[in-house]
Design a protein. Sequence first.
Length: 253
Amino acid sequence: MARRKKVYEGKAKILYEGPEPGTLIQYFKDDGSQAVTPPQAAVEGKGVLNNRLSEFFMAGLNSIGVPTHFIKRLNMREQMVRMAEILPLEIVVRNYSAGAMTERLGIPLGTPLPRPIVEYYFKDEKLGNPLVSEEHIVAFGWANQQDLDDIIALALRVNDFLTGVMLGAGIRLADFRLEVGRVWEGEFMRLIVADEISPDSCRLWDMRGLDLSERDDQQRDPIPLADVYTELARRLGVLPSNVTHSTKPTLIN
């Protein structure tokens, strides 16, 4: 497919004009993430793996009726997606205490939460993507109350799906980050899952080797998933034959 006009370039992806109205081409780069501590260097082959993994998760969500921007994968690094108006929010769903929650509240790392907790972060890197409340979101017009209700329902459905898939692969989903966009179908607006779902947006812990006879509500020391990109792709059966390695996982705050 001929290269089209660049619309946006971020740390991990480039968006180009799509071949059809209302579409974009999403290109996955090998660049590392700066959103973690310490920042991650570029990882050879990461873009190929994230393209395949995001396709796997997005297509799975589409198949169970959870709307996403994903249309189809085009090649090893590119996929066609629906154009959407992205909300200026990162939605984080937490199943276990880790990262910023552990630091803010002093809850020990790895503690199971009584229920999934949905948090909102305002997308502004200059401000450090601060945690915000529903009151902030509605007051400043980033979304309305109905949007927030829909976001929570969407996020929890994604959490149910991802948790089940990960458990089947021997992986615990501690938390993950979502981006949500608006699309218009005639006069009807709906919210869809956008951006990507990949190891760059998930915190994953390895369950293999744990004593699973313990009760699930007991705290267990989390074991980071080694070589997360390659290992996750291998366990899910989506590892391209020409990609044989990867390195450190990327974790959200």
